[in-house]
Design a protein around this ligand. Structure first.
Ligand code: NAD
Length: 478
């Protein structure tokens, strides 16, 4: 049994209330970790540690901050195998995928280490009368709250820019997948991160997470998770005038035009539908296919998807691992039932799988559904599992209306060889991100985030550095 304690002031500490939560291996259904069930008292200790560390951390020369953050990136790289094993055990995802996510976690630190030394602010000359310059000062103590789908990848995506900008952090990973964040703390210590600069608390969102959001000395909240949680967090933080960055849910369209390179579109759609069991906020769960290629696309996609191996996350051939938790597994299955009730036809999957040796795990076969209206619940609510729907369309106007017809607006993908159409569609899609003839091709400098109920604010590159700093205008008369 692995015990996951808080990391406060550079040390692992037991929860003040002495309580622990069970942590499950989703592939076996077994409890393998005990997770500190943090309270407001533990969050207060983390804030106290952050407060003591803040003056020295924000005054530290950027070059020194760069060296420490870069050493954390190297530490992650050195421990990639161990971290990837832990991630797959905790989350259920295939090991090959965990390895690439651990590389990205390291890259997040490397990227923002360099941001610490490259970040700059503006100056404005006001005629011959004055010079204005902008100071970009750390916000102070910031809260970072992350979800369970890409645990270390998203945890580091938040804490690296927060630290690079000179803040001290109180962070909470998801209670479903806290293990890699726990291991990261040791790496941060070895890299020379001063005690109190990064504090990680564990526990339930409704108590430990809530205490972070409510704490008056935590001045900004960077949150990634569900839209309902984001709405609640905003209702608590906004009246306290905290800075807020919310990365929320999605119901993303993947649009295949009749002039698309179908081979590429099918190959990538297999990934954009089912990578990480479909538990990626960017997955294209509504696949709109032009009637001219609908049958060809459908049969080619089906041919690939029925071959996908579901099961043991540690088998290299596995393409679809376990669903993160029993409640989420049940939620996804309930949406498949809903699709049936709404009149959908299940083309493949549609049920749980019990792979040999993993009969107590939570597995769902990759599922493709057709025959549903774009406006039904299955096609407008986020399922966040290995479930996609196929929807035919005739015209650009029709597909745009359907693609934009949900409350979400995170990421859209379109496949076409017509450049003018790509520009028209990219302009008109209500979405924070548009991928044309590709998916999940990431450049860490680009703004990342969604519109409508998919979020508020952007992460990535200078956007993240701006979020984690307060601009102050200084006007000096000549
Ligand atoms: P969730 O909202 O249940 O939990 C996310 C985090 O918030 C967890 O750490 C949880 O403990 C914490 N939390 C819960 N209640 C809280 C409260 N009252 N106060 C403070 N913290 C609280 O989300 P989840 O189920 O872990 O993640 C899945 C969701 O995340 C999906 O909707 C998915 O689309 C979304 N997501 C979005 C992005 C993005 O970049 N937009 C990326 C990944 C996941």
């Amino acid at each position: 049994m692995i015990t996951i304690n808080h990391f406060i002031n550079g040390k692992y500490v037991a929860p003040g209330g002495g309580e622990y939560l069970d942590g499950f291996n989703p592939a076996t259904g077994e409890v393998f970790t005990k997770i500190a069930n943090g309270t407001a008292h533990d969050v207060q200790m983390a804030v106290d540690a952050a407060k003591s560390a803040l003056p020295a951390w924000k005054a530290m020369p950027a070059e020194d901050r760069f060296r420490i953050l870069n050493a954390i990136a190297e530490g992650i790289e050195t421990h990639i195998d161990e971290l990837a094993l832990a991630e797959s055990r905790d989350q259920g995802k295939p090991l090959w995928l965990s390895k690439s996510e651990m590389q990205r976690a390291s890259q997040n630190f490397r990227f923002f280490a360099t941001a610490a030394v490259q970040f700059a602010s503006e100056s404005h000359q006001t005629d011959t009368r004055a010079i204005n310059y902008t100071l970009r000062q750390p916000v102070g103590i910031v809260g970072c709250i992350s979800p369970w789908n890409l645990p270390l990848y998203l945890f580091t995506w938040k804490i690296a820019p927060a630290l690079a900008a000179g803040n001290c952090v109180v962070a909470k990973p998801s209670e479903f997948t806290p293990l890699t964040a726990h291991l990261l703390c040791e790496i941060a210590n070895k890299a020379g991160l001063p005690p109190g600069v990064l504090n990680v608390v564990h526990g339930l969102g409704s108590t430990c997470g809530q205490a972070i959001v409510e704490h008056p000395e935590i001045k900004a909240i960077s949150f990634t998770g569900g839209t309902a949680t984001g709405k609640h967090i905003a209702s608590v933080a906004a009246p306290m005038f905290k800075k807020l960055s919310l990365e929320l849910g999605g119901k993303n369209p993947n649009i295949i035009f009749d002039d698309a390179d179908l081979t590429e579109a099918v190959k990538t759609s297999v990934r954009s539908s089912f990578l990480n069991q479909g538990e990626i906020c960017l997955c294209g769960s509504r696949v709109f296919v032009h009637t001219g290629v609908y049958d060809a696309f459908k049969s080619a996609l089906l041919q690939e998807v029925v071959k996908m191996q579901v099961g043991d996350p540690f088998d290299d051939k596995t393409r679809v691992g376990a669903i993160v938790s029993k409640p989420h597994f049940e939620k996804v299955l309930s949406y498949i039932d809903l699709a049936r009730q709404e009149g959908g036809t299940i083309l493949c999957g549609g049920q749980e799988v019990k792979p040999a040796g993993f009969e107590n795990g939570w597995f769902i076969a990759p599922t493709i559904i057709e025959g549903l209206s774009a406006a039904c619940r299955t096609n407008t609510e986020e399922i966040f599992g290995p479930v996609i729907t196929l929807i035919p369309f005739e015209t650009e106007e029709e597909v745009l209306e359907m693609a934009n017809g949900t409350a979400y607006g995170l990421a859209a993908t379109l496949w076409t060889s017509d450049l003018k159409r790509a520009h028209r569609m990219a302009e008109a899609l209500q979405s924070g991100i548009v991928w044309v003839n590709c998916w999940l091709l990431r450049d860490l400098r680009t703004p990342f985030g969604g519109v409508k109920q998919s979020g508020v604010g952007r992460e990535g590159g200078w956007e993240a550095m701006r979020f984690f700093t307060e601009p102050k205008n200084v006007c000096i008369a000549y």
